[in-house]
Each structure stands twice: as structure tokens, then as C-alpha cells.
Design a protein around this ligand. Structure first.
Ligand SMILES: [Zn+2]
Length: 386
């Protein structure tokens, strides 16, 4: 029920009704009786008393005359409706505003921008897009129009258009959009990958990295392409570069990295690399990978996991240790261990494996762009599950 809104409108409408009454009284200039309220206002009150707040709101809104002084009020009202999810009302108010011939050019542009946002909210993306395309040429509003356009194109996964708009935004806002641009190239590369066009994908990734030298995603995709094509050495090189740039992302490529090393028969080098990474970052996924690789030597594997657990209270490690003991008939009773392991495994289920640095959004799979705050690279693998 839009009660708060009524509370906001009531005094405005009352003032407006009272002023109208005042004016008509002055015209009569006879000064009899006390000031009267506008009959439209009384009608609105009547709707209210009959518990028809929607009709009351519509009436009060039409009571507010549009002149240069109330344009701001109308804009604020429209935005308020939109924020409350009453998009149709917002659209009506903004359209009504635009139709006024007396509007100043900047007020008109402002109302058009707001109308575009209404359309976006209503899912009328084509209309919103057309409005913003028109507004992006106006010098004062170009940045806002382009920013809205970018968000439409991101939602619609129109990556080529995102690239164009981001480059225009760089000029208008005089700041780089390198990170986003690299991601747009990655999105295009992923499309090429789906079509198994490796060459095109490779080119797009190179392009992406030329904008953002620190792009983790381009390295990850490049490694994946190379591994797919049997270029294991090159893939390993890119995965290692990735692990230096952003150590927590190594978990994303771990299975592919292990596969590449195995294809080359370089078991020793692989364990060496993983051990070194583990020493530096105490990463859970790497700990698990190492313990898998040395599993045959059960004692060594157990000792390794146990040492990890002493410094890092890590449920994955607990599960791993129990598993290792279970397999080798260790000193703990098998049945107890199984119960324990299931318990731990259960508590691990549904835990977020990823979290956004910016807004705390939690996810079970990787998002390059945070679904909540839309930051690129905000969502990162959670290093350890405690
Ligand atoms: Zn976020």
C-alpha cells in the first residue's frame, strides 16, 4: 500500500488546493467566508477515506501544476515511484513532463534520461536504448546516457556494443575502462571458443590483454585453449603466470594444469611447482591436489595434511585427512571416521566457494562480474573454508 507516498503528497496537494482556493478568492475579492479547498482535493480525500489510495495518488499528482518551479518535484516524484517499483506511474509522470512545451532544454533532457531509466526498469530495453542513443550526443548528459547504455548492453550480452560504448566513455569521463574492455574481449572469446574457432578466440584474448595486462581471465582462457589443442607447455606457462598474478585463482585451473603436466610426463616438476605455491599461499585447493598426488605414500600424505591443519583450521583438510585414514585402515575406528567425514562433507555443501570483495556477495560458482554490485573481478575464490 502506497501509504508513505500519500503522506508525502498530502501536504503538497493540500497546499496546492489551498493556493488555488486563495487565488479564486482573490479574484472574487469580496473576502467573505474562510479560504476554501479545491474540490479536486476534497475528492482525493474522499478516495482516501474510501480506502482507494491509488486513485487518490493519481488525483493529487494531476493537481500539481507543472511550472518551472515544480519540475523538480515532478522529477522527484517520478523517481520515487520508480524506486518503489511503480514503474508505470513513473513513466506517466516523466512523459507528462516531457510533453510540456514550456520546459527548459536541460529540464527536458533530465526528464528524458529519467524516462529512459523507467523503461529499463520496465524491461522495455529497446525504447530505453533509443532514448540513450539520442542523449549521448548532448554534451552535458553524454556520460550518464552512455553509462546507462553500457548497463543495457551488458545485461543483453551485446559485447561488441559494450566495447564501443566503453571506449566512448573513456573519452567522455577521461578515465580508463581497461578492465571492463578486457572482459568484453573475453566474453567474445568465449563465444568463439564455443564455436571451436580457436584462432579467433586467441586473437580476441590477445586484444583483451593489450588493454589490461593484469587480466586473469585472458590467461585462464588462453591456457584452456592451449591445453585443448595439445600445447601443454604453453598452457602451463600461462597458468603459472596466472598464479603469480592472482594466486587464489590457481584453484580454477588446477585440474587442467595437472593434466598438462601429466601429458608431458613431468610429475616431478608439477609437485615441485605446487609445493612452492603451497608454501607461499597455504591454499586449500593446492593442499588437496598435493595430497592426491602423493596419496600412494599414505603416511607422507597424512603427515602433510595434518601439518596443514595445525596451522589452518580448514574443513577440506579435515575431510581429506579422514579419507586418507579411512583408505589405509589408520589408527582411528573406520565407522567413526566415516560418520565424521560425512558430517564434514555435509557442512561443506552449500558453503560459498566465492565471495565478492566489494559487496560480500556469496556464490557457489565463479562470476567474472558480480551479479550483485556488478564489479568486474570482484567475486573471488574463497581461499580457505573455515
Ligand atoms: Zn559484488
Amino acid at each position: 500500500m502506497p501509504i508513505e507516498l500519500l503522506l508525502l503528497l498530502l501536504p503538497v496537494a493540500a497546499a496546492s488546493g489551498w493556493l488555488a482556493a486563495q487565488r479564486s478568492m482573490q479574484q472574487k475579492a469580496t473576502g467573505r467566508d474562510e479560504p476554501k479547498f479545491d474540490p479536486v482535493y476534497l475528492k482525493g480525500l474522499n478516495y482516501l477515506l474510501n480506502e482507494e489510495p491509488d486513485r487518490a495518488i493519481d488525483l493529487f499528482v494531476t493537481m500539481l501544476e507543472i511550472d518551472s518551479e515544480t519540475v523538480e518535484t515532478h522529477l522527484a516524484l517520478g523517481n520515487l515511484f520508480r524506486r518503489r517499483g511503480e514503474v508505470e506511474r513513473a513513466i506517466r509522470i516523466h512523459q507528462n513532463l516531457i510533453a510540456r512545451p514550456t520546459l527548459q532544454p536541460h529540464q527536458r533532457t533530465e526528464a528524458l534520461l529519467e524516462l529512459g531509466v523507467d523503461y529499463m526498469r520496465a524491461g522495455l530495453f529497446d525504447r530505453a536504448e533509443n532514448l540513450f542513443l539520442e542523449l549521448k550526443t548532448s554534451s552535458h548528459y553524454a556520460a550518464r546516457a552512455l553509462t546507462h547504455l553500457l548497463s543495457i548492453y551488458q545485461d543483453e550480452k551485446e559485447w561488441q556494443k559494450c566495447l564501443d560504448v566503453a571506449q566512448q566513455l573513456e573519452v567522455v569521463n577521461k578515465r580508463p575502462y581497461r578492465q571492463q574492455i578486457a572482459h568484453y574481449y573475453c566474453e567474445l572469446a568465449e563465444i568463439a571458443l564455443k564455436q571451436e574457432d580457436w584462432r579467433e578466440a586467441g586473437k580476441l584474448l590477445e586484444k583483451g590483454r593489450s588493454f589490461d595486462k593484469t587480466s586473469v581471465r585472458t590467461l585462464l582462457l588462453q591456457g584452456r585453449i592451449e591445453s585443448e589443442q595439445g600445447e601443454f607447455k604453453a598452457a602451463i606457462k600461462h597458468y603459472q603466470q596466472l598464479s603469480q598474478l592472482a594466486p587464489s585463482y590457481l584453484s580454477e585451473v588446477l585440474s587442467s594444469l595437472v593434466y598438462c603436466y601429466q601429458q608431458l610426463g613431468r610429475q616431478q616438476a608439477m609437485v615441485g611447482f605446487l609445493q612452492q605455491h603451497y608454501q607461499q599461499h597455504k591454499d586449500t585447493a593446492v593442499m588437496t591436489a598435493i595430497s592426491n598426488l602423493i596419496e600412494e605414500d599414505q603416511e607422507a600424505a597424512s603427515a602433510f595434511v595434518l601439518a596443514h591443519l595445525q596451522d589452518n583450521p580448514d574443513l577440506h583438510g579435515v575431510e581429506r585427512l579422514i579419507s586418507l585414514n579411512l583408505e589405509s585402515k589408520g589408527s582411528l575406528d573406520g565407522k567413526t571416521l566415516q560418520v565424521l567425514r560425512d558430517l564434514v562433507a555435509k557442512s561443506l555443501l552449500g558453503r560459498p566457494a566465492y565471495r565478492c570483495d566489494e559487496c560480500g556477495f556469496e556464490a557457489t560458482n565463479l562470476h567474472w562480474q558480480c551479479p550483485s554490485c556488478h564489479t568486474w573481478d570482484g567475486v573471488k575464490p574463497v581461499a580457505a573454508l573455515v
